[in-house]
Design a protein around this ligand. Sequence first.
Ligand SMILES: [Zn+2]
Length: 361
Amino acid sequence: MSAVPAVVPVSGCGSKGPACFVVEAGNWRLMLDLGYGPQPGLWPDVSRVGRIDALLLSHGHADHAGGLKLLPEIGNPPVYATDIVARGLPSHIAVRPLPLSGSTDVLGLRVTTGRSGHAPGGVWIHLALGDGLLYMGDNSIESALYACDTPPAAGTVIIDASYGDYDTPLAECQKSLLPFFDGGGVLLPAPENGRGPEIALHLLRSGFPLPRIDDRIRAALQRLPTADAACLCPGVAEELARIAEGAPKAGEPRGITLASRADGTAGEAADLLAQWAPRDTPAIVFTGYLPPGTPAAELTRSGRAQYLRWNVHPRLSDNITLVQSTGARSVLPAFGDAKHRKTWQRAFAPARVPTTGSVAL
Ligand SMILES: [Zn+2]
């Protein structure tokens, strides 16, 4: 156990892997996220982590919160999450509350959270330790649907570097999708607790006919303006309710179809891909990460499907702005490929950019 407070990446640094970081101080140890995936079968190695006193979850996506079956291996610590995230966790987990936007005490430590613009109930997490540790989880400032709050100053920031050196605005991505939206039919596999509802909102606002949607995306569109309303940008609730009410059911190859899961491994997207991938139509477009070994990766590699990104993580310039506004001295680039290390070092200078090992706070 470290006398100087430190953060230790267990998993999620140097590549797209399950999120898991340990924060050590004098007499306690805290974990930030315990994910699984996104590649099928990829678990964080917690065999040498030892006992943890509290686990804080940034959001409910599997690569951040899908590793909870490992809790017994780290001493079954209490799990902290926002109410919206807690509703999606297995029912046997007793969850202690984190605010969506505000402060609370965990293990006697001041913990401040704010909405991260990425998923229902998702937050960044700031720990008042050393000169501050800010963990961004996954975040975005471009979402028209999920609200984001500005994080406070911090000496050390764990950024969402999923996109490496990529810097294309979401508006450009939306333009690239136009030929598919205007065409003879397209299937967009998308997560219900992420960009699925965002793409539906974009289609409504752009004057396209309402997309066909699967039951999971419809349920999310019903939940967002009601139980999940606190995580929304102002004014979108009514539009989401209108889509949930009026969007036709998925199953017809004509028009635009949104169906979960995003990687095509399960859900209605898997069923529709099984029917439609062997044919020439409709078009199939994946817009998120393509985990190796999934239909998303296989169909784009074979050329049957296209890949056009829909931003749900920060661009390089968003991360530069974040690093400058927090005044960070150390920047840990999480979830991105370490091949971008030199770009990150140049972009975030004079901050240090360690990509391995523990970092003193
Ligand atoms: Zn996420």
